[in-house]
Write a protein that binds this ligand. Structure first.
Ligand SMILES: [Fe+2]
Length: 417
């Protein structure tokens, strides 16, 4: 393997993983001189009893200044501004985010406002990379899905509804002060969401391992994430209460988040962001459907690296039975097989292609009439910069067409002469 001539790797976030991990939060915050907290969450997490569990465990040792349980899936500038004001009115000193990627990103954005100004500053001035100049207030991330890895990434994404676009903030100061991986937090996650969010983590890991920014440290994190997902995802779908499996998936998401935060992603995220922006399809579903197609497109440039993932992805038996020249092809086939297995394990709720993806009213979620708009959006997505193979608009359409039909892009390779 050729080593990069230069790279940087940063992961200063303490990760506290395991049963009773939440109980460590008071000591963590008291060390940071913060005793009065604002807790952010969403209605689903609250309804599942997880928010009450967290506040119940913390209330004897911390003052809970404010609890907000209605962070939407794509929270926006207005919501962040309102929360920043509430944080200051309640005299809080730290943020605790209990939820999926949107809740964690919202907490990061609120932290920018309450740390950088009086809470009434315009968040948009901090948009982009490196605009923050100093450490923010203490923030603890408790993910309730095992997918985005936001608990260890220096990135926050918030919607600007007026401008109809998403704003991305990137700074090492957005890294939380701790990531709490407690298996109690994901036990109630429904099967199809467990599947989709885990496939987001798998896409982070596989793109981190094959993109242009890869390095030996991100590789190590990524390949371990692939193994943990492969070994635990289907088991957790069969046994949702399996705590070690839930914890393994949470660790995989954190490992994959650390990997891509230090290497980047590629065309799966490029096109997935576009499908999400144009059609509103949840990110994890986009990742699951697009992953084998994005990997297949890049295969001419990534065969060696991708082939290295066969052992962690498919296990020793498949690895031993596959000739070396077919390793990378087998990886892509294994991802297709995993999507099929997830489809069956979730009673059909995990989609295998965009063509079979319907909204609750039965209408097609990704109409073919929108593929041109999706391709245009993908062409302006920054994540394609690190994709190993060059892509033009026709290439985007080729991947979208195959992923819509569920048609494999590759044929099994012939033995080299
Ligand atoms: Fe992702």
């Amino acid at each position: 393997m050729d080593l990069p001539s230069y790279y940087e790797f940063l992961n200063p976030v303490p990760v506290i993983a395991g049963t009773a991990a939440i109980e460590t939060i008071p000591a963590l915050l008291i060390r940071l001189d913060a005793r009065r907290v604002m807790v952010l969450s969403d209605t689903g997490v609250n309804r599942a009893g997880l928010l009450g569990m967290v506040t119940g465990l913390l209330k004897d040792q911390l003052e809970i200044g404010a609890v907000v349980d209605d962070i939407p899936p794509d929270s926006d500038l207005k919501m962040v501004g309102t929360l920043a004001l509430a944080y200051q009115q309640a005299g809080c000193q730290a943020l605790i985010a209990v939820g999926g990627g949107s809740v964690l990103d919202t907490a990061k954005a609120v932290n920018i406002l309450v740390s950088e100004g009086n809470g009434d500053a315009d968040l948009r001035q901090f948009c982009g990379h490196g605009k923050l100049q100093r450490p923010l207030k203490p923030m603890i991330a408790i993910p309730t899905t095992a997918g985005t890895g936001s608990e260890v990434t220096p990135i926050a994404v918030v919607k600007d509804h007026a401008a109809q676009r998403k704003l991305a903030f990137s700074s090492q100061f957005l890294l939380p002060d701790a990531a709490i991986l407690d298996p109690r937090m994901t036990l109630t996650l429904p099967g199809h969401i467990t599947a989709a969010t885990a496939m987001d983590a798998l896409a982070h890991a596989m793109e981190a391992y094959t993109c242009l920014g890869k390095n030996p440290l991100s590789d190590t994190h990524a390949s371990t994430a692939v193994r943990l997902i492969s070994e635990n995802l289907l088991r957790v779908l069969r046994e949702p209460d399996h705590k070690p499996g839930r914890l393994a998936l949470a660790m995989a998401a954190t490992l994959a988040g650390t990997a891509f935060a230090n290497s980047m992603v590629g065309n799966v995220h490029t096109i997935g962001h576009a499908v999400g922006a144009v059609c509103g399809v949840p990110h994890g579903i986009c990742m699951a459907i697009l992953l084998p197609y994005g990997l297949a497109y890049n295969l001419p440039k990534t065969a060696e690296a991708l082939g290295e993932l066969l052992l962690p992805l498919a296990g020793a038996e498949v690895y031993a039975a596959t000739p070396a020249y077919a390793h990378a092809y087998k990886v892509i086939e294994s991802v297709h097989r995993l999507n099929q297995a997830l489809h069956e394990a979730t009673g059909g709720r995990h989609p295998r292609c965009f063509g079979e993806l319907t909204k609750s009213d039965g209408t097609t979620w990704v109409p073919q009439t929108l593929v041109d708009e999706i391709a245009d959006a993908a062409m302006s997505d920054a994540s394609q910069i690190f994709n190993p193979e060059a892509m033009d608009r026709d290439d985007m359409l080729k991947i979208l067409s195959a992923a819509w039909e569920g048609r494999a892009l590759l044929q099994p390779p012939l033995m080299p002469l």
